[in-house]
Each structure stands twice: as structure tokens, then as C-alpha cells.
Design a protein around this ligand. Sequence first.
Ligand code: MGD
Ligand code: MGD
Ligand code: SF4
Ligand code: MO
Length: 738
Amino acid sequence: MGKGEVKTAVCFFCKPHCRANVHVKDDRLIRVDPSPHKGCRAAKAVEWFYHPDRLKWPLKRVGQRGEGRWEKISWDQALDEVADKLRNIKDRYGAEAVAAGGGTSRTYEEFRQRFMYLFGSPNIAWGGQQCHGNSAVVASMTYGWFPHWSSTARLDRTKCIMLIGRNPPPSFQQTWEGILKAKQKGSKLIVIDPRNTETAKNADIFLQLRPGTDCALLMSLIHVIIEEGIYDKDFVAGWCHGFEKLAERAKEYEPEKVAEITWVPQEKIRAAARMFASNKPSCAVEGMGLAQQSNSTHALHAKYILSAIVGNIDVEGGDELLGPAPFITEHEIELPDRLSEEQWGKLLGGDRYRLYARPGYQLTQPHVERVWGKKCDIAGLLAGASVPATWRAMAYGEPYPVKAFITVAGNQMLSQTDTKLIYRALKSLDLLVAAEFFLTPTAELADYVFPAACWMERPHLYNYHNVHPLIVGGEQAVPEVIPGEYDRRNDYYFWRGLALRLGQDTDWPWETIEECYDYRLKPLGFTFREFLDQGGIYNPPRRFKKYEQNGFGTPTGKIELYSTVMEKLGYDPLPHHREPAESPVSQPELAREYPLILITGGRFLPFFHSEWRQIDSYRSKYPHPIVEIHPDTARDLGIDDGDWVWIESPRGRIMQKCKYFDDIDPRIVHAQHGWWYPELPGEEPWLHGVWISNINVLTNSELDQMDEAIGTWPFKNLMCKVYKVKTYTGNPALPHSV
Ligand SMILES: Nc1nc2c(c(=O)[nH]1)N[C@H]1C(S)=C(S)[C@@H](COP(=O)(O)OP(=O)(O)OC[C@H]3O[C@@H](n4cnc5c(=O)[nH]c(N)nc54)[C@H](O)[C@@H]3O)O[C@H]1N2
Ligand SMILES: Nc1nc2c(c(=O)[nH]1)N[C@H]1C(S)=C(S)[C@@H](COP(=O)(O)OP(=O)(O)OC[C@H]3O[C@@H](n4cnc5c(=O)[nH]c(N)nc54)[C@H](O)[C@@H]3O)O[C@H]1N2
Ligand code: SF4
Ligand SMILES: [Mo]
């Protein structure tokens, strides 16, 4: 027996991305030291790593798509065959007929971009439109940078924190720890959420709003702050563009009127405005409750304006604009300018959601680069093709056919909007390739599945898309390949493998990811190994008020309360409330049949999106999907606590288990996302139970129901009805696990 070792890797089981100690002996994973964060999944790393369902070899489909019959093949054969097919599709339909995507950032996304741009396709369709990508783009157009909330140290200096649709106890535990500490030091907490969550219960002021009305609420806060003259007059005069026009617009949002729109009492609106403006530095942190709306651009713009007029920008404890890290950034690796403008013009959805496409990028990015002095992308990496538009191109060939899709680290059948459309799209393809850990419902529909190395099996240099200067490094702890046992490779190997076979050789000089990291760290004067040996963390001192030297990275060099970018793109330059595309107010007819407002996907422990459902020690404790319903509503509908109920929207119905939940308005229900049943068969029609409890069977994909400038799909403002699932005593007709 060899001697045990401890290696430090960057953990990707969840968002803190801790450097985690991985104990290894004779190439076997022994354990990972869990972090102190509540619900740390690293404690289950061994159960996850050696789970019998984890993919070990590349698989090639035999039989019909979705039939669940696979042949084990080598990496070389799989890469050769996929590359051939991609070449054929490009020859026949053009490079844009190949799209690529993934989910929340989990891997080396920069190489997906590099591969695709060099291949000639702009169509990268991932989740950024509804998760942080939209925040980053709106922040870029307003501030010329994205104030990133990932650091919690800054909360030490914060006097008032406003959480807008963010519920950190289950979603960002480290942020929650920071908030609790800040509260102990006297910081105020304002929470805006339709549910009275643990977060809300800790708030000094809780604004329990109607879903999808955040923009009206935030504009009303702005109204009060301007009306009462409690904004930062010097900062506004010196550094903000368009205050007069903003003040004019804000007049429309009197608290009296906004109370009706939002269901938030006007006194609370006034109190929150005063608290936020008078306890400084304050900072406003948005979450998916704000970001996943059909009016997300305006709601986000209003949030950024609110912070700006009280003078919170780039001050310690406020909304800090930290700038990029001084190394070769991910964006420099991506090579977006190698794609011709002609090909950029084909970006799916780019003509409609222009802020999130090339036009928006071209209006914002040069100013970002002017101020920060390098190709650091805030506006661009996160932008891309409209996801629903991409599914439509696959399913219907409109506006042109998309014939191949490569998904790395995404489970779209569970995580993206309108599962029926996605299913139709994936089934229409000539080629679906997935790089995965498990045979998810999405991977089950693939032609080739590549077994990916996980975070313990790969090195990583983590900087979260250049949004801050912090760099974290971790080493590979466990081998990717143990002959005869498994043959996994990291996602860099996958992309480079395809690239080399498709004539991109000169652009991929680094044989391994470590070599690429050596190259990226050169400006800092050390190699990747040296960086790890020094402790693997680069965290330069933060500097504030940097705009005093170079201005802000926007077209006017000021914070754009009035957005010249939006104006040029043909959108309203100032925020306005737009009713959710699907709401009792915008669609009273529909509301007769679907009377309840549906919000989806509020985070909960221990799960992370659709992952971990096959891990017995978790599933045995959390076996079922939960829909929260107010007891009054449930009783009226004859539903008991714990009953299985159908949740139905105009798109379809699924079932979850009712939990009586007092802390929600009786007119709203909240359903969990990410539920599939790995224990059910993988072949069609089962697809591991993807149609049973998956909330995205109910969400929508009509292009005119998405946010107008970015294309965000609204996960948090829809309509539904609920009713009890029929059961017959003594004969539970449902599958055991359900
Ligand atoms: N209705 C509703 N839907 C939602 C949300 C909601 O609130 N409501 N939230 C949305 C949000 S914010 C997001 S970010 C998305 C998330 O969407 P996804 O990221 O698609 O969700 P996951 O279930 O985490 O799927 C990721 C898949 O990638 C695999 N994977 C993980 N790491 C790696 C890796 O390093 N390499 C490879 N090759 N594979 C890997 C995992 O096994 C998993 O199957 O879901 C969205 N879906
Ligand atoms: N345990 C766990 N942690 C996770 C994840 C996970 O899947 N599981 N996913 C990670 C990812 S990718 C992300 S993006 C983050 C997301 O984490 P958060 O940003 O916290 O997002 P959610 O939990 O989706 O929603 C936050 C709150 O928004 C509220 N909300 C719903 N509709 C509205 C609305 O219209 N307005 C307002 N103001 N609030 C509303 C919900 O009630 C919920 O309490 O979590 C990350 N962390
Ligand atoms: S599971 Fe999450 S909290 Fe635990 S070590 Fe990994 S990143 Fe950190
Ligand atoms: Mo996300």
C-alpha cells in the first residue's frame, strides 16, 4: 500500500468554489475535508465519486436515439467520429448549424467559446440570459463593470444590505454567513421576496411583493429617494448621466400607486428607501428572483441606478467595481474577434435581444476595455445565442436549421425553459454530443456521451469570468484514467481533441490545461505549479473610487442612469415596469383557468439544480419534490399537507408533493426545480422520469414572452392551477420512488 497524500483542488460542487483538501491513497479517493459551510456536499464526495452510475467510458448510441442502448468506445474513436460529423454538417448547412451550450459555469467555458468561434459558429446557447449573464450585461452598460457579490469580506463595512430575490441560506451559504456577521456589527437588512424565507425573517424590513414587479418597486424606492432629496448630490452631479430624465420617469412611481402593482404597502416602500439611502455604504444584491423575470433588463437597470444615486459605487462595503485580474483573461482565450462579423450576424435571437448580442457587445465592450486596459469581458462572454431561439432553430429549422448540439456541463432537459420544446429540438438533431458525469435525461438523448473528469480529477485556475481580480488555483488530486477501471478526461481535452481534428491545431498550442495556465499566469511572473506552491490564491488589495482616474467604462464615461446603449439599440433608456408576460393582470382571461401565480426553482439544500438525486444518503432524506402552497389555498382545493398534487400550466402538468406553507401569499405557489428520478429507466418514454415532476415542463419559451433586450426566460412569474392527484386506497399506482 502506498502512502496517503492530501492534494488541494478547487471544488465545483457548489458556488463558493472552496480550495478543498482531497485525501488520496493508491490513486483512490479516501475523503474530502468538508468546508464549514452549511450543507457542504464535499462530505459526500466519496459516495458521489464512486457512484455506480458515474460514467466511465465514452459511449456511442446504438439503435434509435433515446432507446438506451450504448456501445463503449475509445476517446479517439469518439472524437474522430464526432469531428467528422461536425465537418459534414458545416459543409452542408454552414458552421452556424452547430450550436454548443451548457448550464451554470462548472468547467472551462472559455474553451467552448474558443472552439466555436474558430469553428465559425456564434451559437453558444447557455444559461447566462437568466443567471448572472443578464446582470453582468446590464451592469456593464450602466457602470462599465459588474459589481460582484462573491466576496463577503466587503460586507464587514456595509451598513445596509438589500437582498432582491436572493435567498442565500440555501444558495450562497458563505454570503449568508457574511450577512449574519454584518448584522451583528449593526448592518441593516432589507429583503425583497414573495416568500417569507429564513432570510426575510432576519430582515429589518421585508417587502413581500407580487412576483415580477420588482422594477416598479425599485423605481418607487428611487422616487422616494429623489423626492426626499436623500440621494448623493455630489456623486450624481459629478458622475451620473441623465439624472433629470430619471427623476422625471421616477415621478410615475408614487408609492401609493406602486403599492397596488406590487402588493407592498406604501409605508414599507418609503421606510425601505430611507433605510437604504441613509445607512451607507449600502449594497444591493440581486438574485434569481430579480434576474429570472420577463422584465429583467429594466429591473436590473433600476437596481443599479438605485445603488448609484445613493453614492454606493466603488466604495468599500458598497457596490465595488473590482476590475479584472492582471493575467491573461478568459476573454483573451476565447478569441471572439476571430469570428467574422458575417457569422456574428447569424447569432440566433441576436436581432431581437440586441443587448445580449453583438450590437450590445459592440456598444459596451470598447468602453470597458478603455477603462480597464485589457480585453476583459464582462459584456461578451456571458452573452450569446437566445436559448429558446436555438431550440426553435433545431425543432423547426427557423430562421435556419441547427443540426448539431454539443453540451458540456448542462442538463437542459431539466434546467432550461419548456422541456417539451427542448425534447423536440434534441430529437430533431443529426448530432447530439454530451460531456457528463452521469446519464442524465439530456445525455440519454445523445449520440455520443463523453465521461468528464470532475473537479477532483482536474486542475483549475478559477476567476469567475474575470469579474474580479481574485484568482484561485487547485491541482488535480485523483487520476482521470485508471486502466481497466475508467477513462475520463477533462473538458479541455475534449474541446482540444475536437479542435485538432478540425484544423485548429495552431490555435491550441498547449497540450494540457496546465500548459495553458502557465501561459495565462505569465504576466504575473509565475507558472501554474509555482502558483499552487505559493498557496494557490492571488488576492490583490482592493482599491476604490478608481473612476476618479479614468471615468466609468461606459459611452459617456459616467454611470448611465439614462442608458445611451439602450437608446441606440432601440429600447427604453430608462427602466419601466412591464407586467409579466403571463400574470393575472396581463392575462385575466388565462387567469380564470390558471388562477395561481407560479414561482419556481427557489434553492434548497442539499441539492444543486438537477444533481445529486442519485446519491442515496441525500435522497433517502429528501425523496420528493415539494410545492409550497398556502394552507388556505390548499384547503379550499381539498388538498392536505403531504398530498401529491398536479401543477398545471398552459404548457402541461407535472406532480409534486404539497407542503403547507404559511409564509407565502395565498395567491402564489412555489415549486422546486431539477427533479428527475435516476432510479427510473433511462430509455424512452421514461427518460428517468423527466416528465413526472420536472417543473420546466410548465415553463414557457415564446420569444415575445421573454425579456425584450436580453431574452431572459421567466422562471419566476408564470401562472398555474393545482389539484390533487387521484389515488385509490390500497393501490398506489405511482412508481415506487414517486
Ligand atoms: N424552473 C427553473 N429552472 C431553473 C432555475 C430556476 O430557478 N427555475 N434556475 C436556473 C439556473 S439559475 C441555472 S444556473 C440552471 C442550471 O442549469 P444546469 O447547469 O444545466 O443544471 P445542472 O442540473 O447543475 O446540470 C449540470 C450538469 O452538468 C454536469 N456537470 C457538472 N460539472 C461538470 C463538469 O465539470 N464537466 C462536465 N462535462 N459536466 C459537468 C452535471 O452532472 C449536471 O448533469 O438551471 C436553471 N433552471
Ligand atoms: N442549494 C443550492 N444552491 C445553489 C444552487 C442550487 O441549485 N442549489 N444553484 C446556484 C445557482 S446557479 C444560482 S443562480 C443561485 C441562485 O440563488 P438565489 O439567487 O438565491 O435564487 P433562488 O433561490 O432561485 O431565488 C431567490 C428568491 O427569489 C424569490 N423570488 C421568486 N420570485 C421573485 C420575484 O419576482 N421577485 C423577487 N424579488 N424575488 C422572487 C424566491 O422566493 C427565492 O426565495 O444559487 C446557487 N446555489
Ligand atoms: S461543496 Fe461547496 S461548500 Fe463544500 S467545499 Fe465544495 S464548494 Fe465549498
Ligand atoms: Mo444559476
